[in-house]
Design a binder for this molecule. Structure first.
Ligand SMILES: Cc1ccc(-c2noc([C@H]3C[C@@H](O)CN3)n2)cc1F
Length: 331
């Protein structure tokens, strides 16, 4: 079996949404595929009106295939302190023609104001590893873990693009979606994330390669690229107008600064992925100013590096759960 679904970036590529069908008859919601968490949760009719702001709601009561998991609950908090919680139903879920008939669908009863404010986002499909699913009394499998046994290959791939529709594929690798070879690196899933080690980085096409092991996770749900302080300093030192602005919460530079270099990160045996300098001017710091917030910021608040969308959209990425490895290719 296999599946393929288009993903659409929101403005500034802050997040990528994909259509998902739940229940019978099908209820279509736009969900955020997040490899940095492992709960499949949706806005639902269980929510108070005050927490809803244009989102499409999953209604388990009108689905003829839903079954409530009595006594089961969930509660999750994300990296930015946003949170959600609720009850659990079993129902059929289809993503890109791939159907899981008994998916644990976590129906929200409470969401934090960040989710309420994000009117296009109807929920998350967590595709980390199931050991960090928050459902009590017994944790539930992710959509991919439920689908995996029936797939042609135990992989899903992420092809995120800058300001354009991309694609998530399940169960196969589309050889027309990337250039050259895919380089695989081992994954340590013990903390539920797609954690891997990069051998180093390079600033600019003529810069030298810095061999320094960077431990981090591949996270489609994080917008930016969060790297160790030393790496950020090496990068921003090459940009004439760059400075660290505590008032803005990070590095900024003049949006039209022509000295913004490309950034390369190593994967394995000499392969590097090139992130174009243009991906690094994330968003205007405020309407009047001509300064942009950098797409690369420090990971010091997190404790490990996060290869978020700014990095992932420069590559074709294979999440190989069957062999616990990540594949990286240029595109
Ligand atoms: C409003 C809102 C807030 C957070 C997130 C969110 N989704 O994935 C993540 C990252 C951080 C880490 O927690 C796991 N992956 N964060 C999405 C939202 F729509």
């Amino acid at each position: 079996d296999r599946g393929s679904v288009q993903n659409l970036p929101k403005s500034y590529d802050v997040e990528y949404l994909m259509p998902v069908s739940l229940g019978t008859p099908a209820q279509q919601l736009n969900l955020d595929l997040d490899t940095g968490s492992s709960d499949f949760w949706v806005f639902s009719t269980l929510l108070k009106e005050s927490m809803i702001n244009g989102q499409t709601l999953y209604d388990p009561n009108t689905s003829t295939t839903s079954d409530k998991m009595e006594g089961y609950t969930w509660k999750i908090t994300y990296g930015d302190e946003s949170y959600s919680s609720g009850d659990v139903y079993i129902d059929t879920v289809t993503i890109g023609d791939l159907t899981v008939s008994t998916q644990a669908v976590e129906a929200a009863k409470v969401v934090s104001e960040e989710f309420t404010a994000d009117s296009d986002n109807d929920g998350l499909v967590g595709l980390g590893f199931g050991i960090i699913n928050t459902v009590q009394p017994y944790k539930q499998k992710t959509f991919f873990e439920k689908a995996m046994p029936g797939l042609d290959s135990p992989v899903f791939t992420a092809d995120l693009k800058a300001g354009a529709p991309g694609r998530y594929n399940f169960g196969y690798i589309d050889d027309d979606a990337y250039l050259g070879n895919i380089t695989y690196v081992p994954v340590d899933s013990s903390d539920g994330f797609w954690r891997w080690v990069s051998p180093g980085f390079q600033v600019g096409s003529t810069g030298s390669f810095n061999s320094t092991r960077i431990h981090g996770i591949a996270d489609t749900g994080t917008t930016l690229l969060l790297l160790p302080d030393g790496v950020c300093e090496a990068f921003y030192s090459q940009i004439a107008s760059a400075e660290y602005e505590p008032s803005q919460g990070g590095y900024t530079f003049e949006c039209d600064d022509s000295t913004v270099p490309d950034f390369y990160f190593g994967t394995d045996n000499g392969q590097m992925i090139r992130i174009p300098g243009s991906y690094m001017s994330y968003s205007k710091t405020d309407t009047s100013s001509q300064r942009c917030f950098g797409g690369m910021q420090s990971d010091s608040g997190v404790g490990f590096t996060i290869w978020g969308d700014v990095a992932l959209k420069a590559a074709f990425v294979v999440f190989d759960q069957g062999n616990e490895q990540l594949g990286w290719a240029e595109k």
